[in-house]
Design a protein around this ligand. Structure first.
Ligand SMILES: *Cc1c(COP(=O)(O)O)cnc(C)c1O
Length: 501
């Protein structure tokens, strides 16, 4: 299996090469040249496999230049009792006859990013040693909150790799910030940027595509790479849990063989839902992919109209990991749905940069609206979903998952569709405890408490333990206190790289 760039100019690479590179040299994103198919027998066999076995079967199909032994080793290092607090890794909880919550937040940082970011660093490290790459790798990350911490955890103390995370100053929750600025490890850094997530992401992309800068680093034996969901190594582990969730519904007798499900995904950068699309294309029977957005509802509009228009105010919401106006991974979808038309993809991306909007043609637009349903929730609706889910089911959800629940209700009312639906629950409610406490118990109570107090309050009121990764954060040392302007990101990357040398 080899990988090609969505912009058509970069050379094709194998999977190790594509995980090492992150972004392709022409600024595009790598995609596998074809999508491997799971036949019916294989899917049925997953019924009796545990998570790690399913992961091996899926990875084998995409990462063909890794040996089975190498993949097993990486999977074992990622998915184990130390890292994940649930032995099923991604357990499925039934809320009602058609709603199943796929809990993706049992990893070290309590958000779904761990599912991929525990595995991807191991795959990258293997890729470097397999290809005798002597260059040191520096990972640069732009984060809306959860990726940053999950990447720091996944890469800390990994030999031959350093990691620097940029996050929007004031654009992440207090817990997310604390998680990042207290990160320990000999090879890690975190810097706040005076800008929003899109500014931060654009800043990192500009560094990646600065040819002179990259050449100068190469002379010192240093290569830049990415741990954002633009890296294929992030996407492939995410396909696994959609396949696994489908297999669980089969084995629990909730669905018959061939019976389709819906996948419902609270979406920001379009990485998680793209993985669901890949699962569908591999052969998992899927009726609709439901894309849930918050008030930054660019994607909702795009799915309805085929017009992607980022020219609008960037809104800060209580689901900050979805506060995104430029969903990078959409580029992969455009490329795939246009039958791998790089010119068309380049045209759209150019329009996005120059005009702030693009329009996909009728053909691609029709494909998108038949595959996807897009919906969004405002702040009030998000809060209500937290309250109602707790009242109706005694089940506590975070703000991002709440957007999913609300959009699902809208979808069911609008379409009457009764297809069983798997909702990707993307964060532990404790990770966004301030807004969860506010929704359930009122702003008065929430505003009286600091982060540690909020965690304890939520824990007591809902009789749930505070997750290990979040307890005691306030007592840790603040190790990373730098704040920089958008135009200083390159300079600070240099400083970080030099100080670590
Ligand atoms: C990253 C994140 C999302 C958005 O996922 P994308 O892959 O960027 O679409 C949603 N919820 C939470 C909690 C996240 O951390």
């Amino acid at each position: 299996m080899y990988y090609i760039s969505t912009r058509g100019k970069a050379e094709k690479v194998n999977s190790a090469g594509c995980i090492k590179a992150g972004l392709a040299s022409d600024g595009g994103l790598y995609v596998p040249v074809n999508i491997p198919i799971l036949d019916r027998k294989e899917i049925i066999a997953f019924k009796n496999m545990e998570y790690r076995q399913i992961a091996l079967e899926i990875l084998k199909k995409f990462l063909t230049d890794y040996s089975e032994e190498e993949l097993k080793e990486c999977i074992g290092l990622a998915y184990n009792k130390n890292n994940f607090k649930d032995e099923k890794y991604a357990p499925l909880k039934k809320l009602d006859n058609s709603t199943f919550v796929l809990e993706l937040w049992h990893g070290p940082t309590c958000a779904f990013k761990d599912m991929a970011l525990q595995l991807m660093p191991k795959l990258l490290s293997k890729a470097l040693s397999k290809t005798n790459d002597v260059a040191e790798t520096v990972i640069l990350v732009a984060t809306s909150g959860d990726t940053g911490k999950a990447a720091l955890e996944g890469f800390k103390n990994v030999e031959g790799i350093k990691i620097l995370v940029f996050f929007p100053d004031g654009g992440v929750s207090q817990i997310q910030k604390l998680q990042m600025v207290t990160q320990e490890g000999s090879n890690v850094g975190a810097i706040a940027v005076r800008g929003n997530f899109d500014d931060t992401q654009n800043g990192v992309k500009a560094i990646f595509s600065d040819v002179n800068f990259n050449n100068a680093l190469l002379e010192k034996g240093i290569k830049l790479s990415s741990a954002n969901s633009i890296n294929w190594g992030r996407l492939v582990p995410q396909i696994v849990y959609y396949v696994s969730a489908y297999a669980r519904l089969l084995s629990e007798g909730e669905i018959n063989e061939d019976q389709p499900v819906n996948f419902l995904v609270p979406t920001g950068n379009f990485g998680n839902i793209l993985a669901a699309y890949y699962a569908k294309e591999m052969g998992i029977p899927v009726n609709k992919l439901i894309c849930a957005s918050n008030s930054n509802n660019v994607l909702t509009e795009f799915i309805k109209t085929g017009i992607y228009n980022r020219k609008r105010d960037f809104l800060k919401t209580m689901s900050p990991s979805m506060d995104i106006l430029i969903s990078s991974n959409l580029e992969r979808l455009l490329f795939l749905l246009s039958d791998m038309d790089a010119d068309m993809t380049v045209g759209c991306m150019k329009d996005l940069t120059e005009k702030g909007l693009y329009e996909v043609g009728e053909k691609v637009g029709e494909k998108i609206s038949s595959l996807f349903y897009g919906g969004w929730s405002n702040e009030e609706e998000t809060e209500k979903a937290i309250v109602n889910t707790w009242k109706d089911y005694g089940y506590l959800i975070d703000t991002h998952t709440a957007v999913g629940i609300d959009v699902y209700n809208k979808y069911r009312n609008e379409t009457g569709d009764k297809t069983k639906t798997i909702l990707a629950s993307t964060a532990s409610p404790f990770k966004f405890s301030a807004d969860v406490v506010k929704a359930l118990f009122g702003i008065g109570i929430a505003s009286e408490m600091d982060e540690a107090g909020l965690l304890l309050y939520l824990s007591e009121k809902c009789s749930l333990p505070v997750p290990d990764g979040l307890a005691g954060l306030d007592k840790k040392h603040m190790l990373h206190n730098t704040v920089c302007n958008i135009d200083q990101m390159k300079k600070y990357s240099e400083l970080f790289i030099n100080s670590c040398l």
